[in-house]
Write a protein that binds this ligand. Structure first.
Ligand code: JHZ
Ligand code: ZN
Length: 414
């Protein structure tokens, strides 16, 4: 991986306008969730997936970007409810909201990126005024079938103003795995400013750069993840828009995330955890170019080791398949140039992905029920964040002599 400072093409931070130093380059990559039928596979859009570090506010972000309407089409296939772990997590989030009742009996809760309503349906059942905002119509239909109110739109300052006009101020604006997906963060913060009640909170969960760097989770970098947040960069961004980061909480989800709590500046005393995490990031050197140089060498090591292993297994006549057609697998497959010759199938439980091809790499996605039919010798686990749940579900695979291949933090077999 050789990041090339593109001559003549200067990049500036989307938030503060500072210089962006290119630190990672994954080359040409497809829309990671473009699981399409074979006859559409050549029409999947590609872009250059490269990452820059802002020398001023330290926000890590993609240099180029895939237009949102190409990523979040009405047939966007990701369903948050697909995992027990995720369902439990959102039930806990919802239970906490029901218990604390932000804004009291008539309080209003907005979720940006409500997907299939996995969180909001509990609020709906509890009679809490709520609104999910999500452009993916298919997921929104599922949410609505659970009694969730959804506005099928991208959230921005205009949408926020419309919501405020119709419903009044929000006492809590929640979002999970969505804010880092939106390039126009300035419009998001202005929207939050116009929609949020004076003492309301903006709480969002997102993957943490500290974990990505520490555990080699390079596959968290794909089209949808425009920003890789750190506590420091979120703090700086919130401050630019008149807000303050008042709490952070580490979550084990997706290999390591942080729940950021943002309030209007000066309205709450920041919790000690904010300073603790800032210190932790300083010692991890998350905002330094040298850290990314080491990271890119680790990524190349993984690519070499994974390709060596898959080629060796193929020449030994072993059957190897993929498990979990994650968005992240797009980066792994396309960066390593793994196609059906090395990995003939990927098994996945999402009906919307089954019968389609993986974007760019064109590997058929098969229903996970067919995994045992017959078991392969090895399964490359792309859904490593659900390893416990999947390995428990598929324990007969291991009992029958099958082995899982993991590629983070290094390539290994279990
Ligand atoms: P999973 C998506 O990422 C996209 P992905 C998005 N950008 C994001 O940030 C995160 O979600 C939150 C399958 N599976 O959750 C289902 C099984 O087959 O890691 C999924 O296709 N059997 C918004 O796509 C995939 O694995 C199972 O038992 O990287 C997991 O995808 C389980 C549990 C999952 O997210
Ligand atoms: Zn910046």
């Amino acid at each position: 991986m050789k990041p090339q400072p593109a001559l003549g093409a200067e990049h500036h931070c989307r938030l503060c306008g500072g210089d962006l130093r290119e630190v990672l380059d994954f080359g040409s990559q497809p829309v990671s969730n473009a699981f399409v039928k074979a006859d559409e596979a050549d029409e999947v859009p590609f872009f250059r997936l490269a990452v820059g570090l802002c020398t001023s506010c330290t926000m890590v972000q993609q240099l180029d970007e895939m237009p949102p309407h190409k990523m979040y089409r009405s047939d966007y296939p990701y369903r948050a409810s697909g995992s027990l772990l995720i369902r439990k997590h959102f039930e806990n989030v919802a239970r906490h909201i029901v218990q604390t009742r932000p804004g009291g009996q008539n309080g209003f809760v907005v979720e940006i990126g409500s997907n299939d309503g996995v969180m909001l349906k509990t609020l709906s059942e509890a009679g809490i005024r709520h609104l999910g905002v999500d452009p993916a119509a298919g997921a929104a239909d599922v949410a609505e079938s659970h009694g969730v109110n959804v506005l099928t739109e991208f959230f921005d300052e205009k949408t926020a103003a419309d919501i405020r006009k119709e419903h009044g101020p929000a006492h809590l604006i929640f979002s999970a795995n969505t804010i880092s997906h939106i390039s126009y963060l300035d419009s998001i913060f202005r929207g939050v400013d116009s929609l949020l009640a004076p003492d309301g909170l903006f709480v969002f969960e997102d993957r943490w750069l500290g974990d990505i760097l520490e555990h080699g989770f390079f596959d968290q970098i794909y089209d949808e993840h425009i920003y890789l947040f750190s506590v420091r960069s979120v703090q700086a961004t919130a401050a630019r828009f008149g807000f303050e980061l008042v709490d952070v909480e580490h979550l084990a989800l997706h290999g390591g995330s942080i729940r950021y709590t943002v309030a209007r500046a000066g309205t709450r005393r920041p919790a000690a955890a904010v300073a603790e995490y800032l210190e932790r990031e300083r010692s991890q050197r998350v905002a330094e170019e040298a850290t990314f140089v080491r990271f890119s060498a680790e990524i190349d090591r993984i690519r070499t080791d994974l390709l060596d292993l898959l080629r060796e297994l193929r020449s030994d006549g072993r059957r190897v398949v993929g498990y979990g057609a994650t968005s992240r697998s797009a980066t792994v497959l396309n960066y390593c140039q793994i196609g059906p010759d090395l990995l003939p199938r990927v098994y996945d439980s999402t009906p919307e992905k089954q019968g389609c091809l993986t974007p760019g790499s064109k590997i058929p996605v098969c229903p996970s029920e067919a995994f045992a039919d017959p078991y392969p010798d090895y399964a490359l686990l792309f859904a490593w964040n659900h390893a416990e749940e999947i390995m428990a579900k598929e324990c007969s695979f291991h009992e029958a002599g099958g082995r899982w291949i993991l590629y983070v933090p290094t390539v290994h077999i279990v």
